[in-house]
Design a protein. Sequence first.
Length: 73
Amino acid sequence: MADERKDRMTTEEEEQKLSRRKKDEESGPHGEVKEDVPPDSPPSDEQKNELKRERDVQKQKDRKEDLYSEKDE
């Protein structure tokens, strides 16, 4: 029984919520249960700048590694 709980993808509480939704007719077509999914939001300027900085740092590391490998040859 303990192994069965460990291998579960959802908790018992989540299953109870889903079963209540099914009973309350909150299901979509084909008996699918609607999930509360937040809408996609575009990345903020801060997130864009951070991603750009991370890419620049990675490029610099790659260039540095290339320089060291050329010295070895």
